[in-house]
Design a protein around this ligand. Sequence first.
Ligand code: BG6
Ligand code: MG
Length: 218
Amino acid sequence: MREIGAIIFDLDGVITDTAEYHYLAWKQLAEELGVHFDRAFNERLKGVSRMDSLHMILDHGGIVLSEEEMNELAHKKNEHYKTFIQQITPDDLLPGILPFLNEIRAAEIPTALASASKNARPVIRQLKIESFLDTIVDAATVKNGKPDPEIFLKAADQLAVTPDKCVGVEDAEAGVDSIKAAGMYAVGVGSKKAMAKADWIIEHPSQLTLKALRGHYG
Ligand code: BG6
Ligand code: MG
């Protein structure tokens, strides 16, 4: 059986349901701009940086703005998002995540967080799971966002584990592309359609157990 060298987690939508808060915050902004916004369009924004997401929404609505106006809108979306995440507590860990993190710790498998969010650190603190993560790579520390492999490669490098021994867990199409481009094994949390390129697709994080992962990883 192949040994798992490390497990690298996305945050929003995998560990906690902040993907829903990003969706609600973008939807409010898009509606204020008069741009049609639904869940299908939102799938394309998952895993994508704040500024790139804004560009995609503006393109979608055929709106052209100055850099200053775009910075203001990105700030506004983030303020809205921050009001949602203020309330986060350990109860907001998605079902199955804490038992999985405990299993990983017991098996002494190194772990990392690879999140495109500049809000990742406060969210992790509020969830009280810092001790389960050996290293954190967030948007502030990489040049190229997902789907570029940089963020997952940096996490592997910080853990001193080669990419071919790493498992990445994602809920975003851009995230799965990033994991695969890094040469890692991808677990996709979500629909078969959105997660089509993942090596193992699960509908919900509660399906994450080491036994099931090892069974698929081989
Ligand atoms: C990703 C989310 O984790 O972080 C995206 O999937 C979000 O939806 C991105 O746009 C950036 O987040 P933030 O908190 O830096 O605006
Ligand atoms: Mg995500």
